[in-house]
Design a protein around this ligand. Structure first.
Ligand SMILES: NC(=O)c1ccc[n+]([C@@H]2O[C@H](COP(=O)([O-])OP(=O)(O)OC[C@H]3O[C@@H](n4cnc5c(N)ncnc54)[C@H](O)[C@@H]3O)[C@@H](O)[C@H]2O)c1
Length: 356
């Protein structure tokens, strides 16, 4: 028996690919509204996931005064996360907004303020916090099994993966940035989650806009979120490097949507004095330790529910208990701090020091 009624705003890749199917699977909730500027996208989701009670709209503001739903998923381009989430929070709804929180720290703080002022739940789609392997690795790090974890190295690099060139992903005023804010957000966020959100002391980095500009010179085989729009704008980072000092370990990162290296490399290394772990992004991790004078490697098998299902289920738990869970904006602001710190450092060409 459904207790909650949901509205999904934005039925693009993630709205139709992850939110609609996982609301559909969850018996606690019914999808009441589907809203996208392109009604065919809502119609597709309604038919595909058998959301027979869902009404289709194209203007989300028509929903703000209605009382027959209580939870909202915001699955829109990044620049709309803040204004649309704030509108729904002010309308008294609980919100699950996709990652990144927003295009800037100022906008992210406006969202937190709206959630606090209205006493609403605001979760962010940091879905890796609901990945079974990430959770298990968090327990291992917390238990001290790896000894002192002193450094984390992460790599999210691909050869030719610029999305929707000339669309919202590649125009800074709509996206807030390129590969760092789009892919890096997930890596940085899960590292911080595993480490238990240490204090951030300094951030340094450089964001490069090199291979995608000028757009017509970019050679590729296929393009996700494409095809390219050569009349659009490309002014974001297609690769990035960064270094973060925390109150615990240091973190270094290298990311690329595009680079002149053939292989893709998507992993995170946790380096500890008694052991290390390499987490393959979205997949398993391998531990390297020593025992009886030998080096041993072990890849645990873990069974866990689909992380997108778990993310929505945990959101509904939070809505019912009114308790802030691991994806609440309060716990995720630290990720936005690092993203904006790296961009800030890149622009100013110096390290950014945060007050302790
Ligand atoms: N958690 C994840 O792993 C993950 C994966 C992909 C995308 N995302 C995030 O989800 C968000 C959406 O990304 P996407 O890939 O689905 O983008 P997308 O472009 O495929 O979808 C966005 C949708 O929003 C609609 N839209 C735009 N403005 C609107 C408005 N004012 N009112 C109603 N609908 C509107 C568009 O028509 C489109 O269908 C982004 O913030 C992205 O970072 C998260």
């Amino acid at each position: 028996m459904a207790v909650h009624q949901a509205a999904i705003i934005g039925l693009g890749a993630i709205g139709a690919g992850a939110h609609a199917p996982n609301y559909a699977k969850n018996e606690r909730v019914q999808v009441r509204y589907l809203c996208d500027l392109v009604p065919e996208k809502s119609k597709w989701a309604k038919e595909h996931f058998e959301l027979k009670d869902a009404e289709i709209l194209t203007d989300y503001t028509e929903l703000l005064g209605r009382t027959d739903y209580d939870v909202v998923s915001v699955c829109l381009p990044n620049y709309l996360h803040a204004p649309v989430s704030v509108d729904f929070l002010n309308a008294g709804k609980d919100v699950l907004c996709e990652k990144p929180i927003s295009v800037s720290m100022e906008k992210a703080l406006e969202m937190k303020e709206a959630a606090d002022r209205n006493g609403r739940i605001l979760n962010i789609g940091v879905v890796n916090r609901f990945n079974g392997y990430v959770d298990e690795l968090r327990k291992i790090v917390e238990s001290g099994e790896l000894g002192e974890v002193y450094h984390i190295y992460c790599s999210f690099r691909d050869c030719r993966r610029i999305p929707g060139m000339g669309g919202w992903f590649t125009e800074k005023k709509y996206s807030g940035g390129g590969v760092l804010i789009d892919w890096g957000v997930h890596y940085i966020d899960l590292i911080l989650y595993i480490l238990g959100n240490p204090d951030i002391c300094t951030v340094s980095g450089k964001a490069f806009c090199k291979l995608g500009s000028p757009m017509k010179d970019y050679v590729f085989e296929n393009m996700w979120a494409g095809p390219p729009n050569y009349d659009g704008v490309y002014d974001v980072d297609d690769s990035v490097t960064g270094f973060v000092r925390t109150s615990g370990p240091t973190i270094s990162l290298n990311g690329a949507w595009a680079q002149n290296i053939g292989e893709s490399e998507c992993f995170i290394d946790f380096l500890g004095t008694k052991g290390g772990a390499r987490l393959q992004y979205g997949k398993e991790f391998t531990l390297t330790q020593t025992a009886d004078g030998k080096v041993v490697h072990h890849t645990p098998e873990i069974s866990a529910p689909d992380m997108f299902y778990a993310e929505i289920d945990a959101f509904l738990d939070s809505v019912e208990t009114r308790e802030k869970n691991r994806a609440n904006i309060d716990r995720v602001l630290i990720t936005q701090k690092i993203l904006n710190g790296i961009y800030d450092s890149s622009t100013k060409n110096r390290e950014i020091v945060f007050p302790s």
